[in-house]
Each structure stands twice: as C-alpha cells, then as structure tokens.
Design a binder for this molecule. Structure first.
Ligand code: ME8
Length: 641
C-alpha cells in the first residue's frame, strides 16, 4: 500500500514580511515532503497565511488601509518568496479563502450542536500581541511573557468552547501516544499545562470591538477568535469535509511548529478536533528558535533577517543546507553569518563540491570524460552507502535531519579518503583498470550522496547528477539495489566549482548587503562565549571559589518540581545534599556513581523546601545542558584549580 505523508507549517501572520524564522519551518516542511516523495510516498504539503484578528485589524487601521488590502499584500510576499527558497507547497492557504470560511462555519456549527459551545461572560487580562486572555499565573512580573507588555483588562459576553471537558481525554491520549507531541520536552510541557485544571476557551469577539474575522454562524454579533479560525486551516487544506481522501491524509498529519505556539497546537487543537468528532492528528513536532546574537529572530522582537539578500550572496541550496544541518529539531540554534560561511566552506566547498571536482578531473584526464568500468565486487563504500539508505527512513520518522545530513557527509568524506588512500592518479600508470574501478566507486558514492541530499539542496544536486549523466527524474530512495546503477561509458560533463569557497576577508564587504540596515555593524566573527565578555576578575578573586570533585551517592526528584533533583554527594571527608535544576536533562538513576564538579563554599540555600549545600557545574547550550565531569578516575573531594 502506498504510504501517505501530510505535512503542515504554521500559517504565518500577515503583520510582517517573511524572515529566517518563518522560512526555516517552511523549508523544513518542504525538505520532509521531498524526502517522502523520493521514498515514493503520496505527499501533501500545506502552508499559508493567517489573516484575521485584532492584531491585523489594528495594523491595517494604523496604515489607514482595509485589513484585506494589508492581508493581500503581505500574503503575496510569502507566496512569492517560497519559490526563491525552492519551497513548493501543494496548497498555499489563506484564512480569507472562501472554502476555509465555510469549513470554519461547519466546524463551529458541529461543536455548537454537540453542546460544547456556550454563551457566557468573562473578564480577564488580554494580551493584544497574543490575542488571548492570560491568567495571573502565566504572566511574568505582570507582563505577557512573549511581548513583555502589560495585558489589558477586558470584560465582555462571549462564546466559549468547553475545552475543560476534554482535559482527561487529552491527558490519556498523550500518555498512550508517545510520539503525538515531540520531542519529549514539549510533550512534558503540555502534560505540565494539563496538571492544572483547563479553562474553557473564549472563541468569539464582539463585532462592536472587532469585525475582521469569520462571523459566528449562529450569532451575527460576533466573529470567530483568530486561533479557532486558524487551526482549522489544516483541515481545509486537504478538502475536509467533502473530499474523498481527506481522511487518509488526516490520519498521517504531521504539524510542524515553533515552540512559541505549543499551547494552541498541543491543547486547543486536539480538544477542538475531539469536540468536532474528528480524530486527532498524528504528530505535532516542535522546534526551537533561531536566535540572532541571542535574540529570537522575529518581527515582534525587532531583529528581522530577510532571506532574499542572504540568497543573493550564498545561494538557496547553501542556505537550506545550513538551516537543516545546524538546527537540531527541538533545540534552539544560533544564526550567524560566520557559522553559515563556515558550513558552506567546510561541508559544501571542501567536502562535497571538491569531491565532484576531483572525480570529474580524473575522468576527463584519464578516461576521456566517460564513466569507467566498476569492479566486480563492490567495496566498503557500497556498504556504507547501503547503510545510509537504510537509516534515512528511520531518521526521517523522527525528523532528525541534522543526522541524515551528517551521515551523508560521512559518506562523502569517506569517499575523499578512499581516493587519497588509493591514489588513482598514480595507479593509472600501472593499472588503468584498477584506477578506473576506484574512480567508479567514488562516482557511485557521490551519486548516491547527491540523491540523498537532493531534498535539502534540489538545485545543486540536480546539477551534479546531470554532470554525472544521471538526471534525477524518476529516482526513488530505494535501500536495495542502488549501488551499481551508474553505467560505464556514460558521458560526464565538466563545469565550474559547485560551491565556490567564500573567502572570510570578503565578508565585511558583503555584510551590509546581507543584513540590511536594521542590523548593520554586527561582528562577523562568532560572538565570544559569555564568560569571555564578562567582567575580568583577578586570580585571587577566582581562588576564593572552592571547587571539588564529588561522587553522586543517590539522586531523586524534588516533589512538585519538574526541574529540580536532590542529590546526596560524597566529598571524601563528608557527604552533603545539593539541589540542582537538571531534572529535564538527566534521570536520577543516570547520575548515581558519577563524578561531578561542585562549588563547595557557597552559602546554603533552600529550594522548594530542600536545603542545597553547594552547586554543581554544568554547561548550557541552547536549551540543552551537559554536566561537567572529570576526565580521569579522581577521588571524591579532590580540589579543582
Ligand atoms: O504564530 N526561529 O504565526 P507567526 C524559528 N499565525 N522559527 C520561527 C522563528 C524563529 N526565530 N520565528 C518564527 C503564528 N518562527 C500563527 C500560527 S497556525 C494555525 C497559526 C516560525 O507568523 C515558527 O514556526 O507568528 C513559529 O511557530 C512561527 O514562525 C510563528 O509564525
């Protein structure tokens, strides 16, 4: 049976133009769709724009234009950008599309008829940026945690969705479907939300306050809340409820989102579906933020990074490669021009592009531009290529693109080493046949690497395959029987370097073009780690901090805390208790017996009622954390200088 894959991105607000953050999720969806197509799966990829609501209405009013005019203009910018990024969705949906409006009305009526929408009065703290009510508990110092502004108090009569009714069902569904929300940290975050009672969701706005929305079909004095409207796009996109095959797509739905919109997708959406009698989606995969100089790249925070100027300098394939390789889905990543250039130079120019140049040169110098005969028995590269082809579907299942790319590059690097070890340019004098076989093996490994990379870099890999006389059309990522398909005698073509190196001294001149006016003057070199920027201290000041090696004797979770672990540690001459915020990164069992590094002369503090007599050291990167340990077996209590 043909497998199906249905992938979606968030639909983007039309309050600002596309930037690297929104481009990332869309390129990720496009890359996944291309991998699935290459595997022969029936694939549907949906993206689009989210156009209703308070925020859009207010921006349009400030501009003195109708919200539809604003929506048309910005939506078009997204639609036009995607082909430049080689992004080709099967549908570009807009929440102002007539079929979407009908589907929202249909779902509202269904949930209303089922008795899960009621009319009531509510007063609460409302953040305009998020377009939602906040509870006091969710605010940070009285401010919206995302927009850092004080919410307004609003009291009005509205329609409410009985979300609370589905709390238990949702908790069970998440518990019994471990890959429903992933990676695990976000699954845990949603389970965390569910530890407190769920409130019902206000799903309307009175037309006295807002008219830019889909009218509530059973009360014309109200329009639909923008999130209730927007989430339903995922159903409209595949032709719900009338198309004959929406259900087969829906059963495989993979929603990709950034961590900023976890709650609407992890809580509102599954409960809305349940109330409408529609099965839940298959997966919600949550990625972290691209940070630019440690600030989230986004329009509201004000450091937008436009994709087009980057494309002009680096090319679409290189940008896609960097974005897919340098973010581990689930963790934050840092966007810097220096990191992009270094990836481009090392992986693409030195390893991948250079392999093509080398083999092409060999084939033209010694074999008249034709693919030589391969050996009777394929060697180690064939095994490595077969293993790679086996791994891709599994890694794809878990959306670990950085791993897929790294494994492909391992094959490329192994092929470069294979050429060096066998030196066909020398071998050709004594045994042209053997030299030809070595070159054939390298060409074949390169061909397979290029096919495997084609979803990430469609244009350059197509060009590479064309030079090998192997157009990509009709290829399947087939783990069996790939090796050896390159026909001896095929005419190859020469060409310029596939990925020219970018000289680092060219960068300062390129920067203004890349970054635009808003963020000029940013250093090209990677920012030094935090501690290098910190205030200088003398050796004497540093030596006041007592650091010692300690062995973990026991570890357990601190009650009512997701983050804290309580450890009993051995310091050689004494044992102590310390409390550490590492529960999201280490299980208690995994710590027992390990040697860690502890600050021992810190004033004791109480955390969640537990005394902590010291502090362990750990490195943090993005959202992740790694314990500092010692390199050799070191006795407990050994001091650190
Ligand atoms: O939230 N790093 O739209 P939005 C990584 N309309 N991804 C980023 C990012 C960053 N710095 N900045 C943005 C909305 N994104 C709603 C969605 S869906 C039914 C409605 C990406 O325009 C990421 O995917 O604010 C994030 O979730 C999304 O853009 C937010 O886009």
């Amino acid at each position: 049976m043909t497998q199906i894959f249905y992938v979606t991105t968030p639909i983007y607000y039309v309050n600002a133009e596309p930037h690297i953050g929104t481009s990332y999720t869309t390129i990720l969806a496009d890359t996944l769709a291309r991998y699935h197509r290459l595997l022969g799966h029936r694939t549907f990829f949906l993206t689009g724009t989210d156009e209703h609501g308070d925020r859009i209405a207010r921006i349009a009013a400030t501009n003195g234009e109708h919200p539809q005019v604003l929506a048309d203009r910005i939506s078009e910018k997204f639609r036009q950008l995607w082909p430049h990024l080689f992004v080709h969705p099967d549908r570009f949906i807009r929440t102002t599309d007539p079929d979407h409006i009908r589907v929202v009305e249909h779902v509202l009526k269904k949930v209303y008829d089922a008795g899960d929408i009621y009319f009531g009065e509510y007063g609460g703290l409302y953040c305009l940026g998020c377009e939602r009510f906040y509870t006091e508990k969710e605010l940070v110092d009285g401010l919206c945690p995302d927009h850092k502004v004080a919410p307004e108090f609003i009291q009005e009569k509205n329609y409410f969705f009985r979300m609370s009714k589905y709390q238990e069902w949702l908790g069970n569904h998440i518990a019994t479907h471990p890959d429903f929300i992933r990676p695990e940290r976000y699954r845990n975050e949603v389970l965390g939300f569910l530890r407190d009672p769920l409130e019902d969701l206000c799903i309307s706005r009175p037309t006295s306050r807002l008219t830019w929305g889909i009218p509530i079909p059973f009360d014309e004095r109200y329009v639909t809340y923008v999130w209730f409207d927007a989430l339903i796009n995922y159903l409209t996109g595949i032709g719900y409820p009338h198309s004959s095959d929406w259900e087969s797509y829906w059963a495989q739905a993979e929603h990709l989102i950034g961590k900023d919109i976890l709650k609407p997708h992890g809580i509102y959406w599954p409960t809305m579906l349940r109330a409408a009698g529609i099965p839940p989606f298959a997966h919600l995969t949550v990625h972290g933020y691209w940070n630019f100089e440690d600030t989230k790249i986004s329009k509201s925070v004000g450091t937008p990074l436009a994709p087009l100027p980057l494309l002009k300098v680096f090319g679409t394939d290189a940008l896609r490669y960097f974005l897919m390789r340098d973010m581990v889905v689930g963790l934050d990543a840092r966007f810097s021009v220096a990191a992009l250039v270094s990836r481009l130079n090392s992986d693409l120019a030195n390893d991948f592009g250079n392999l093509l140049s080398r083999v092409t040169r060999l084939v033209f110098t010694h074999f008249d531009g034709r693919v030589p005969e391969g050996p009777d028995e394929p060697g180690a590269l064939a095994d490595q290529a077969a293993a790679l082809l086996q791994t891709i579907p599994q890694e794809l299942e878990e959306i670990r693109l950085h791993n897929i790319i790294e494994e492909i590059l391992q094959l490329v690097r192994a092929t470069n080493r294979y050429l060096e070890a066998n030196a066909p340019w020398k071998l050709v004098g004594e045994s042209p046949k053997r030299a030809g076989e070595v070159i054939y093996e390298a060409l074949e490994a390169l061909r397979i690497a290029a096919i495997c990379l084609s979803p990430v870099m469609p244009e350059k890999t197509a060009e590479l395959l064309a030079r090998l006389g192997q157009p990509i059309e009709g290829f399947r990522l087939d783990p069996h029987g790939q090796w050896g398909r390159l026909r001896a005698g095929t005419r190859m073509a020469q060409g310029e370097a596939l990925f020219p190196r970018i000289a680092e001294d060219e960068l300062p001149a390129l920067l203004p073009e890349i970054l635009g006016k808003s963020i000029q003057g940013i250093e090209v070199t990677p920012t030094p780690p935090e501690e290098e920027k910190a205030e200088e201290i003398s050796l004497e000041e540093f030596s006041r901090v007592q650091l010692r090696v300690a062995r973990v004797l026991s570890a357990e979770r601190v009650q009512k805390s997701d983050k804290l672990l309580k450890l009993r540690i051995d310091l050689g001459h004494e044992t102590r208790q310390i409390v550490a915020g590492i529960a999201e990164h280490y299980t208690p069992e995994s710590l027992i017996g390990r040697s860690i590094v502890v600050v021992t002369n810190l004033k004791p503090v109480k955390l969640r009622g537990e005394e902590s007599q010291g502090m362990l050291l750990a490195a943090t990167f993005g959202d992740d954390l790694s314990l500092i340990t010692v390199d050799k077996d070191t006795p407990s209590g050994a001091s650190i200088h």
